[in-house]
Design a binder for this molecule. Structure first.
Ligand code: PMP
Ligand code: GLU
Length: 401
């Protein structure tokens, strides 16, 4: 009975969002009647102009090793994106490209965290934050941000969580899983606290930047408070805005020491993401942005549909998200009830198992995101599927005693 696996793996668990999605899709492939609302990706195809740019790159022979930090064309496209969208100027040695936003976060943590360094993570959080910190031997400090503050971190909570050991604060707006958006004023309040603690770096995960509704305005910390610019890592990627989750490309702007350290890790691990994905991403960033509005019109219609239907279900209640493509309803009203099979629903994980078994609904339980009793549904799917899903959830809830 040899144990071949490293101790560091004992600290972490596999990604729930990835895991539940794979499992639900496998059930569907077996012919089970499962509606998969677990996916963290747009249901639209990558726009044609972007796919064509990839084909051209292949035909032109852009098939060899490229710089890990990104091709010169992509570096320039990212530089102008930050300037145009965020009013942030990054020099080229302050920009790096990775194999998805997830990889950027991983490299940034590996590059900066010493054992016992603390990382403040407001909950609910995207599932991968704490585990990446743990892999890097850091200590996640989870700060619960309840529904009555729109699931957002307050300046007071931030100040109380900072210690001498705090290395990073993780911020994500619009948020996965809640869709909450930090306003400029809210970011300024957090910034005022952060200015007092020069040891703290800030990871601003802006991956859902373009998926925002109701004419609300996106803000990112480094531009709201320029005095924090040199302590911010501004993270973005093409996965969500350009429907390119499978292409695996993310990028960031950050202080050049951090970029150089991340580049060192990359030079000894992945080398770079794919040259073809880089070429496609140049077109994504420089080409037409018209499809973003079209996609958001579909997303906002689906959001309104789902929020409205869920709020008609006894036992559930759902806030209206301002961005991303998830709802994070409370299931407090069904906890303690009993299923027709006599199983007690003790928590959100039980509720999600019940929904999957009784009605074939695959979503992700709130505990995975660090705040219960809630669950996450993705509405990046058709109106028909969403309507069917809400009817099934309603039926399942009505069967509970
Ligand atoms: N941050 C958040 C909040 C996310 O939801 C995702 C989605 N997977 C990512 C980062 C990373 O996405 P990717 O690795 O596909 O760029
Ligand atoms: N981020 C998406 C999600 O939350 C995709 C899966 C993942 O990488 O976690 O579902």
């Amino acid at each position: 009975n040899m144990n071949f696996i490293a101790d560091r793996l004992k600290r972490i668990k596999p990604s729930m969002t990835v895991g539940i999605n794979v499992k639900a899709n496998a059930l569907r492939a077996e012919g089970k009647d499962v509606l998969v609302l677990a996916a963290g990706e747009p249901d639209f195809d990558t726009p044609l102009n972007i796919r064509k740019a990839a084909v051209t790159a292949m035909e032109e022979g852009q098939t060899r090793y490229v710089p890990g930090k990104g091709t010169p064309a992509l570096q320039k496209a990212i530089q102008s994106k930050f300037l145009k969208d965020n009013n942030l100027h990054y020099d080229l040695d302050e920009i790096i490209v990775g194999v998805g936003g997830k990889h950027i976060i991983y490299n940034a943590m590996m590059a900066t965290i010493n054992p016992e360094d603390e990382v403040i993570i407001p909950a609910p959080f995207w599932v991968s934050y704490p585990d990446i910190v743990l892999l890097a031997e850091g200590k996640p400090v989870i700060v619960p941000c309840p529904e009555d503050q729109n699931f957002k971190l307050t300046a007071d909570q931030l100040e109380k969580s900072i210690t001498d050991k705090t290395k990073w604060l993780m911020l994500n707006s619009p948020s996965n899983p809640t869709g909450s958006l930090y306003s400029k004023q809210e970011l300024q309040k957090l910034a005022d606290v952060l200015l007092k603690y020069p040891q703290v770096l800030i990871m601003s995960d802006d991956i859902y930047e373009k998926v925002i509704y109701d004419d609300l305005e996106f803000s990112t910390l480094a531009s709201v408070e320029p005095r924090l610019r040199d302590r911010c890592l501004t993270l973005n990627g093409v996965s969500k805005s350009y429907c390119m989750t499978g292409w695996r490309l993310g990028y960031c702007g950050a202080p050049k020491e951090i970029i150089a350290a991340m580049n060192k890790i990359q030079s000894q691990s992945t080398t770079s993401t794919s040259s073809i994905s880089m070429a496609a991403s140049v077109e994504a960033l420089n080409g037409t942005q018209d499809f973003i509005d079209e996609h958001n019109q579909a997303f906002v219609r689906r959001r309104d549909l789902v929020v409205n239907l869920l709020n008609q279900i006894d036992g559930l209640s759902c806030l209206t998200p301002q961005g991303a493509f998830y709802v994070y309803p409370s299931c407090a009203g069904v906890i303690g009830k009993v299923t027709p099979d006599g199983q007690k629903i003790s928590n959100d994980e039980d509720f999600m198992s019940y929904l999957l078994e009784s009605e074939g609904i695959a979503g992700v339980h709130g505990a995975a995101f660090g705040l219960s009793p809630y669950f996450r549904l993705s509405y990046a799917t058709s109106d028909e599927i969403l309507t069917d899903a809400c009817a099934r959830i309603k039926r399942a809830c009505e069967q509970l005693k």
